[in-house]
Design a protein around this ligand. Structure first.
Ligand SMILES: Nc1nc2c(ncn2[C@@H]2O[C@H](COP(=O)(O)OP(=O)(O)OP(=O)(O)O)[C@@H](O)[C@H]2O)c(=O)[nH]1
Ligand SMILES: [Mg+2]
Length: 330
């Protein structure tokens, strides 16, 4: 006989490696159910062990294929891998949903691998909150390596990049515009560059362009991490063992220099800021304050009240504590 799971049961089972419980918990957090929310403090407390790797880059650059190949190599080294893919609708690029790519491979039934796709639409709190929560659940569940695939670094993905220990930026040969896009936003976030599809013409040119760009950006500081540029073929795994080796080196560098703690602190700061912003927004529209927001709009529009005073009054008017029964005690 099965009984409905209570929150603590769900987390306890997830932490024993029970994959359906992990899925259920991620779904609960996506939907922001009371059980999901009540478990967030315990989920957070149990995390901090996995190497979190972000894989980002232009649509169709082969991220999902490469992530599949990475997972295969990591499994060959007997490490467990959980993957969270923020899947855009890939019909424009010919890209496949990551889960399909993994299923096509031989480890379809391997319990040491887990794939979760997050829809880019439809979640209450937005894809970045849901993705960050999913990573937290998987981290708490004891996976060795967590890989998060996202397209580009739009506003929605910034938080995801912030929680990654190592960010891999994927580009492809023969796309001048692609390099431009990297210049515009991805250069600063890359801990390492991968030029995927090096089976195509102009691969060396693209690698040289990236190296040139990194040279122009200046040498790494003393003890700094020299950002490498690797070539891969996601389709057949060429260069993927080297990529895994470099990812391990980056983690070792993060640990030995104290940069890991620095990044974890700035990720924590970014998370707190983002959540605080959400809480304030929710609070202003909370039904518990009735039509106070509409009244404030009237008062400010008619200049009976200034917007600063109105906002401060609204923020002071509702208790936040009931949103996080398990966490906030003040
Ligand atoms: N020639 C070649 N094709 C590749 C390689 N890696 C991936 N592809 C192909 O590139 C296309 C896109 O691959 P995906 O892995 O879905 O790319 P993606 O970056 O995940 O795509 P989105 O998630 O839609 O942004 C597919 O047709 C792949 O078969 C490679 O190394 N060489
Ligand atoms: Mg993909």
């Amino acid at each position: 006989m099965t009984r409905p799971s209570t929150g603590p049961d769900l987390l306890a089972r997830a932490r024993t490696g029970h994959i359906p419980s992990q899925s259920q918990l991620i779904t609960a957090l996506e939907a922001q159910t009371p059980i999901g929310r009540s478990l967030l403090p315990a989920v957070h407390a149990a995390g901090g062990r996995a190497h979190v790797i972000g894989v980002t880059g232009a649509p169709g650059s082969g991220k999902s294929t490469l992530v599949g190949a990475l997972a295969k190599e990591l499994r060959a080294q007997d490490r467990t891998v959980a993957i969270v893919a923020v899947d855009p609708s890939s019909s424009l690029t010919g890209g496949a949903i990551l889960g399909d790519r993994i299923r096509m491979q031989e480890h379809a039934l391997d319990p040491g691998i887990f794939v979760r796709s997050m829809s880019t639409r439809g979640w209450l709190g937005g894809v970045s909150r849901a993705t960050v929560d999913a990573v937290a659940v998987l981290d708490a569940s004891g996976w060795d390596v967590l890989i998060v695939e996202t397209v580009g670094v739009g506003q929605a993905e910034v938080e995801i990049v912030q929680i990654a220990h190592t960010t891999v930026v994927v580009s492809v040969p023969g796309l001048g515009d692609d390099i431009q896009a990297i210049k515009a936003g991805l250069l600063e976030v890359a801990d390492l560059h991968v030029v995927n599809k090096v089976d195509r013409p102009d691969a060396n040119k693209t690698i040289a362009e990236l190296l040139n760009m990194l040279t122009l950006a200046g040498p790494p500081s003393a003890g700094g991490w020299p950002i490498p540029v690797l070539g891969t073929v996601g389709l057949d795994g060429t260069g993927v063992a080297e990529l895994v080796g470099t990812l391990d080196q980056h983690l070792a560098w993060l640990r030995s220099t104290g940069e890991l703690a620095t990044r974890e602190r700035s990720a924590a700061a970014a998370r707190i800021r983002a959540i605080a912003r959400d809480l304030v927004t929710d609070r202003i529209h909370d039904p518990a304050i009735g039509d106070a927001f509409d009244a404030a709009v009237e008062d400010v529009a008619s200049r009976r009240l200034d917007p600063h005073t109105a906002a401060a009054a609204l923020i002071g008017s509702v208790a936040i504590t009931d949103r996080f029964p398990g966490g906030v005690t003040t």
